[in-house]
Design a protein around this ligand. Structure first.
Ligand code: DQA
Length: 140
């Protein structure tokens, strides 16, 4: 089973970006934990990070040919990017929405997810464990 992990905008700055909100782990450290769990679950996982909306749309389109599931942290695009929501609806493979922080407990604009209605499910608020729980869910 092949799983694609897509990290959205500003997540390349994890470790230095608002550590009180997002923790002090860097993206490579998070990817290493994802890779470790993937090995245990015998999943073939690739992780990518994009800051631009179009690159995420392109990545989702390409995923439909070669992946069984996608784990997506759309960053701030979560809250307004209808092009990403349309891409998820178009590709026909399950997409798991994840967030490091608990978006429901933050500013009002973060409580809205335009991708949630087209995702298989969402996990929010558990730091790196949001990704790890999504990976376990994808494996099932
Ligand atoms: C985030 C939450 C978003 O609201 C924010 O814009 C991010 C990260 C999270 O992982 O908690 O960039 O998706």
């Amino acid at each position: 089973m092949r799983v694609l992990v897509i990290h959205g905008p500003n997540l390349n700055l994890l470790g230095e970006r608002e550590p009180e909100v997002y923790g002090d782990q860097t993206l490579p450290q998070i990817d290493a934990q994802i890779a470790q769990l993937a090995k245990e679950l015998k999943l073939d996982v690739r992780a990518v990070q994009h800051n631009s909306e179009g690159a995420i749309v392109d990545e989702l389109h390409a995923a439909r040919a070669s992946y069984d599931a996608v784990i997506l942290n759309p960053g701030a695009y979560t809250h307004y990017a209808y092009a990403i929501a349309d891409a998820i609806a178009a590709i026909g493979i399950p997409v798991f929405e994840v967030h490091l922080s608990n978006v429901s407990a933050r500013e009002p604009f973060r409580r809205i997810s335009v991708v949630a209605p087209v995702c298989a499910g969402a996990i929010s608020g558990f730091g790196v464990h949001s990704y790890l729980l999504a990976l376990r869910a994808a494996a099932r």
